[in-house]
Design a protein around this ligand. Structure first.
Ligand code: ZN
Length: 227
């Protein structure tokens, strides 16, 4: 059906970032890796946390943050492979639809990406949470609202448990915009202890509203249950 002229127009073969094999599958992954992704079941992921955030209602995540998802997100986050945002957002949006239907929940009125510290944003050039949120917003037809800022941390929180993270994140976020929406979803790449989204949610004001958290990946216990 295709002549030689058409063959010249076909895209170059690309490598699956997870197995290094030639990829013809979805989202830049090969079909096998896409099929074998460690997917979370549609449930409130806060049930896996010993100290779930007080101010949030529901956590929805698509994938367990374990190999090979860790490698995929690492490439997306640190190597500038931001073209993966669409595939990651597609997985998250599909999970959101499954969860909200099963639980008979109303979708949020607005999506808000979790801000990144200005110094890190300058260094990296993009906020991975914003890229994911933009794609999810388009897929689900929900407006995106970029509000709030991350004022930086005095110390890295990666090795800290939930209680110490909470302390380190006090005052880390600020928001000067009044938000009138009743239902909000905060979007990020990975949820570990929930301390970051909890701190960000608190800076959105004291008005009573329903705040959910959507992340592409969720750190499996026991790391998630560090308390
Ligand atoms: Zn693969």
């Amino acid at each position: 059906m295709f002549g030689n002229g058409c063959k010249k127009l076909l895209p170059l073969k690309i490598r699956c970032p997870l197995c290094e094999q030639t990829a013809h599958g979805v989202g830049g992954l090969c079909a096998d890796c896409w099929h074998d992704l460690p997917r979370c079941s549609p449930q409130n992921m806060f049930r896996h946390l010993k100290l779930p955030p007080q101010g949030l209602r529901y956590a929805c995540s698509a994938l367990w943050f374990q190999p090979p998802v860790t490698r995929w997100l690492y490439a997306f986050k640190f190597h500038g492979d931001f073209h993966y945002a669409k595939a990651l957002a597609t997985l998250l949006a599909a999970q959101v639809i499954a969860v909200y239907r099963a639980e008979k929940l109303q979708l949020p009125e607005v999506l808000i990406p979790v801000p990144m510290a200005a110094s890190r944003l300058r260094e990296r050039g993009y906020n991975q949470a914003t890229l994911i949120a933009q794609e999810v917003a388009t897929l689900l037809g929900i407006p995106l609202l970029s509000v709030g800022r991350h004022q930086g941390l005095r110390t890295s929180i990666h090795a800290l448990n939930a209680a110490d993270r909470k302390k380190a994140l006090e005052g880390a976020f600020a928001c000067n915009h009044a938000i009138s929406h009743q239902r909000v979803a905060l979007v990020d790449d990975v949820l570990t202890t929930g301390a970051t989204v909890d701190a960000f949610a608190q800076c959105l004001g004291k008005r009573r509203r329903i705040i959910d958290c959507w992340t592409v990946a969720f750190t499996p216990p026991p790391l998630a249950s560090l308390a």
